[in-house]
Design a protein around this ligand. Structure first.
Ligand code: PRP
Length: 174
């Protein structure tokens, strides 16, 4: 499997240093409050677990699962909510944690759904942002890294469900 990674784009050290910074920013911004953190499965599992361990405020952790890629390398254009929240979020400070914003379709659909449920605030923290591929405009409140249009895997991101366990983010050899 290692042989199909063309190069390391973001090393484990680089990722962790940036998550330290994001954690500090979130601790400042939500000082005195609490967060309902929504992990968008499966890609953001690893990022979420590292991020919340840097946060000081009370957090409740929820999961949702949306899927746009299936087994393909391109976003299908139709996003399905495969698993929804099982609690009320009205009046809460909700932070959606995502691994990557590509076309923006997954987050657009997810945010529309969550907004409808009247949270007090609704913000987004994404480890990666690939703006060159955007189809739907998305406001990302906290961004780890802006990247070029490479197919990236590792640190939660997959290709056909593989590579998620890599501790770094690499460019897949196509
Ligand atoms: C990936 C990724 C984002 C989404 C981004 O999820 O985790 O959620 O695609 O793409 P978009 O901005 O073009 O919508 P995927 O559907 O592959 O599911 P996964 O998280 O289970 O890997």
């Amino acid at each position: 499997m290692q042989g199909t990674i063309e190069r390391v784009l973001l090393s484990e050290e680089t990722i962790h240093a940036r998550i330290d910074e994001l954690g500090k920013q979130l601790n400042d911004d939500y000082d005195g409050g609490q967060i309902l953190a929504v992990c968008l499965l499966k890609g953001s599992m690893i990022f979420m677990s590292d991020l919340i361990r840097r946060l000081n405020m009370p957090i409740t952790l929820e999961v949702m699962r949306a899927s746009s890629y299936g087994q393909a390398m391109e976003s299908s254009g139709s996003v399905k909510i495969l698993q929804d929240l099982d609690r009320d979020i009205s009046g809460m400070d909700v932070l959606v944690v995502e691994d990557i914003v590509d076309t923006g379709r997954t987050l657009a659909k997810t945010l529309d759904l969550l907004r409808f449920r009247k949270p007090k605030t609704l913000k987004v923290c994404s480890l990666l942002d690939k703006p060159s591929r955007r189809v739907i405009s998305i406001d990302i409140d906290y961004t780890g890294f802006v990247i070029e249009d490479h197919f990236v895997v590792g640190y939660g991101l997959d290709f056909d469900e593989h590579y998620r366990q890599l501790p770094y983010i690499g460019v897949l050899k196509l």
